[in-house]
Write a protein that binds this ligand. Structure first.
Ligand SMILES: Cc1cc2nc3c(=O)[nH]c(=O)nc-3n(C[C@H](O)[C@H](O)[C@H](O)COP(=O)(O)OP(=O)(O)OC[C@H]3O[C@@H](n4cnc5c(N)ncnc54)[C@H](O)[C@@H]3O)c2cc1C
Length: 438
């Protein structure tokens, strides 16, 4: 099985062991291990190239479900797609889901992922009741808000560094239907978003905006604001497991994502919606997981892969920061194929080192063009740092250690609880670099 991360920035063979075959960590080599989920992180936080990955995908069993509380007990390698296939016919849905359903429960906890309803329901960690954690120094221990609560907090957003989650109990929510009544607002400039986001957040369970990053002049920052609420049920059980309808079979020799293809795509995507506001029923698959319809779409970025830059910055100066970030990408001559803007709410994560915090979050995808892309990413970091924001570590393959420290001033609290056998390439080049400077 492949152990690439989604950005495909450093393709190579990686050594791994199957989690199913492990009852305890016998190999206690310092920093020799790291759990691996389904490789949907973009950079190097799911890699440990000097060590061995513990592949959790074989831990794939759903163990129990309590119809009253919505508590689902499953092994850590179960995919969110498997949970949906199980939960939807029973009238339940994930309380929080990221933009792909092909992530494991262990990966979702370890990165404390967020979804389109952060303003209402917080992060994935808010819905985790408990888990068991296998450590090299303490065996397998139960963690929840009362027992081993320090490790419970450190593991949520702890990027696999505190040990391996073997199984977890997560709370699902009852929904009238998995499908969505979608409210779309097509806005012709960035002002349109900032005029409308507040009422969308207030009125809808889900709200997120797609921005046409290539638009200039009067159209700068135009896009679509997509609000959504679970539609009323109609007695029919929605289709369960979805498969990618098409898949990119190989990596083209050059990136097919370039300024020209991007402008054409953005124009079409923008124009497919009516001007102004519209309302319609859409399937849960197309609302939550539009990208999952094309398998391995990351290959379209060619052999050099892609960088994703996700930042969060304070709401007070959010409009100016958003404009500066979008302008910065344009002046560097880089086109972001998928640009997503959302406001995070105030719900606090139980995680110690969790990325979401109140403010706006902007996500930009860039084909990797080497040095010019690195310069752009550094310039974007500078804008976010000036604004007092943070950069997402599990989307990252290059942020400097200082940017990491400014983004997560309490990173040492996680380091104290790290399982000594665990290490990632990300942690080595950020936290360990900072530690070695002292
Ligand atoms: C198309 C797409 C859309 C996305 N949309 C969003 C989004 O909207 N919101 C968002 O937050 N993220 C989003 N992501 C990122 C993705 O949701 C996260 O990176 C997710 O955590 C990946 O899970 P994974 O199972 O693939 O784990 P991996 O990427 O393999 O690993 C993630 C981390 O979890 C650790 N880990 C894995 N399994 C375990 C375990 N059993 N015990 C302890 N640690 C473990 C790893 O060590 C690693 O640090 C998106 C990614 C893609 C490709």
């Amino acid at each position: 099985m492949s152990h690439e991360s989604w950005g495909r920035l450093r393709l190579r063979e990686r050594s791994s062991v199957d989690a199913e075959s492990i009852d305890a960590f016998d190999d206690k080599t310092a920093g020799g291990l790291l759990p691996f989920g389904n490789g949907r992180s973009y950079g190097d936080s799911c890699h440990n190239d000097a060590g061995t990955l513990v592949d959790c995908r074989s831990l794939d069993r759903i163990l129990d479900f309590d119809q009253e509380t919505g508590d689902l007990h499953c092994q850590a390698g179960v995919l969110l797609s498997d949970i949906l296939a199980y939960a939807i016919p029973r009238g339940f849905f994930l309380a929080v889901t990221p933009g792909t359903q092909f992530v494991t429960v262990g990966g979702a906890i370890a990165n404390d992922v967020h979804g389109k309803n952060h303003h209402r329901r917080g992060v994935f960690g808010n819905w985790v009741q408990s888990f068991r954690l296998m450590r090299s120094d303490r065996g397998t221990i139960q963690c929840d808000r009362l027992q081993n609560s320090d490790l419970f907090a450190a593991t949520i957003g702890g990027m696999g560094l505190t040990g391996m989650i073997t199984d977890a109990v997560i709370r699902l929510v009852r929904v009238p239907s998995p499908n969505i009544l979608q409210h779309t607002l097509r806005f012709s400039s960035i002002d349109g978003y900032f005029d409308a986001f507040e009422s969308f957040d207030r009125d809808h369970e889900y709200a997120v905006a797609w921005i046409d990053q290539s638009a200039r002049g009067n159209n700068f920052g135009r896009g679509l604001l997509l609000g959504g609420d679970h539609a009323e049920g109609n007695g029919r059980v929605a289709a369960s497991r979805i498969q990618a309808r098409i898949s990119v079979p190989f990596t083209p020799p050059i990136s097919l994502v370039n300024a020209m293809s991007m402008r054409a795509f953005n124009e079409l995507y923008y124009r497919k919606e009516k001007a102004g506001s519209s309302v319609r029923d859409v399937s849960w698959q197309s609302y939550f997981y539009p990208l999952d319809a094309i398998g391995r779409w990351n290959r379209l970025y060619g052999p050099r892969g892609l960088h994703q830059h996700q930042s969060v910055y304070p709401e007070m100066t959010g409009r100016q920061t958003t404009i500066r970030l979008l302008e910065c990408a344009q002046t560097h001559g880089h086109a972001s194929f998928l640009t997503v803007l959302k406001r995070f709410g105030g719900e606090k994560s139980p995680g110690l080192v969790s990325f979401p915090r109140p403010g706006f979050t902007l996500t930009l995808d860039f084909a990797n063009q080497g040095k010019p892309t690195e310069h752009l990413l550094d310039a974007l970091d500078d804008i976010v740092m000036e604004a007092g924001g943070a950069i997402n570590p599990y989307k990252d393959g290059r942020m400097p250690a200082d940017v990491f420290a400014a983004s997560f001033p309490n990173w040492r609290d996680l380091e104290k609880l790290r399982d000594p056998a665990m290490m990632s390439d990300f942690w080595r080049r950020t936290a360990m670099d900072l530690e070695n400077r002292n």
